[in-house]
Design a protein around this ligand. Structure first.
Ligand code: HEM
Length: 266
């Protein structure tokens, strides 16, 4: 995933890349520390007086981590900028962001801080998420040999045994697609999605949400609600084959979040 985001090896492992900025071990620690600190309850946030003392040490750790990330992202961006001069075709997501930043017609100009934030979103948002979800999918597959068999049959029929699956093959692999969606349903990455903030009064599925509300969507309970899902605790990819849900799962996601009446059923 990190290769899709930023191509070059900016961390070193046994292959000792000469563009490396941190060790692989340090980068893994930075990402682990980031996710851990994201989820902690910092007393000072709830009792402002206590924030002076930082008794749990979280704020100190966040500041240290922040410095390490700024250094890392800065090097990635500078290296990409230097290489962009030789290469006009974007090779990875950082190149795409840099090209976007150069667009003179942008309504909101992208500053260096924005760019570092975007690189961070892609790296942190794309790595642990994908790894954890793949682990859940395999955990379900190992418990359901019949599903593996059906998936294999589909792969053999559509792709044959001689080549790897390419991105463009996905539209011809509905069963694999259904396995992915069923994994998302049963094992959403976080039970509560990251907090969202309403910037204006709105009404969603009959609920009035005033401007300035922090909204937590409980993805875990939506995916397992027996009102909407038959045998919700079971891993049944077939339930998605009978619904008109697009490859990105957009209708499914919108449906379970906001429009109860359109929630897919068996
Ligand atoms: C199985 C893989 C993934 C899962 C389960 C996942 C899950 C999520 C979730 C739950 C959110 C919060 C959505 C919300 O509440 O609005 C999110 C947001 C985000 N994800 Fe992913 N994600 C995955 C892969 C990726 C990848 C590969 C990237 C990029 C390389 C990525 C980048 C982002 C970004 C940038 C956001 C913030 C979007 C925004 O706030 O507008 N994610 N993801």
């Amino acid at each position: 995933m990190s290769r899709m985001v930023m191509s070059g090896k900016y961390y070193n492992d046994e292959s000792k890349s000469n563009t490396s900025v941190v060790s692989l071990e340090k980068l893994q620690w930075m990402l682990d520390e980031f996710f851990l600190l994201n989820g902690v309850i910092n007393l000072g946030d709830w009792v402002p007086l206590l924030s002076w003392f930082d008794s749990q040490g979280y704020v100190r750790r966040m500041k240290e981590l922040g410095k390490s990330f700024v250094e890392f992202h800065n090097s990635v961006l500078e290296d990409h900028k230097a290489k962009a001069k030789e290469n006009s075709v974007p090779r990875d997501m950082v190149d795409v962001i840099l090209q976007l930043a150069d667009d003179p017609n942008l309504e909101v100009k992208l500053t260096k801080d924005h760019l570092m934030g975007l690189v961070h979103d892609l790296l942190a948002g794309g790595t642990d998420t994908s790894a954890a979800t793949v682990e859940w999918a395999f955990q379900e597959l190992l418990r359901n040999p019949k599903i593996i068999e059906k998936a294999n049959q589909e792969l053999d029929r559509v792709n044959g045994k001689e080549r790897w699956v390419e991105e463009e093959d996905f539209c011809r692999l509905p069963y694999i697609d259904a396995i992915i969606k069923e994994t998302f349903r049963l094992h959403p990455l976080c039970a509560l999605l990251p907090p969202h903030y309403s910037i204006e009064d709105c009404n969603i599925a009959g609920y009035d949400i005033p401007k300035g509300t922090t909204v937590f969507v409980n993805a875990w309970s939506l995916g397992r609600n027996p009102k909407y899902w038959d045998r919700p605790e079971e891993f049944i990819p077939e339930r998605f084959l009978e619904n008109d849900i697009d490859i990105k799962g957009q209708l499914y996601i919108a449906a379970i979040w906001f429009r109860k009446e359109e929630v897919p059923r068996i």
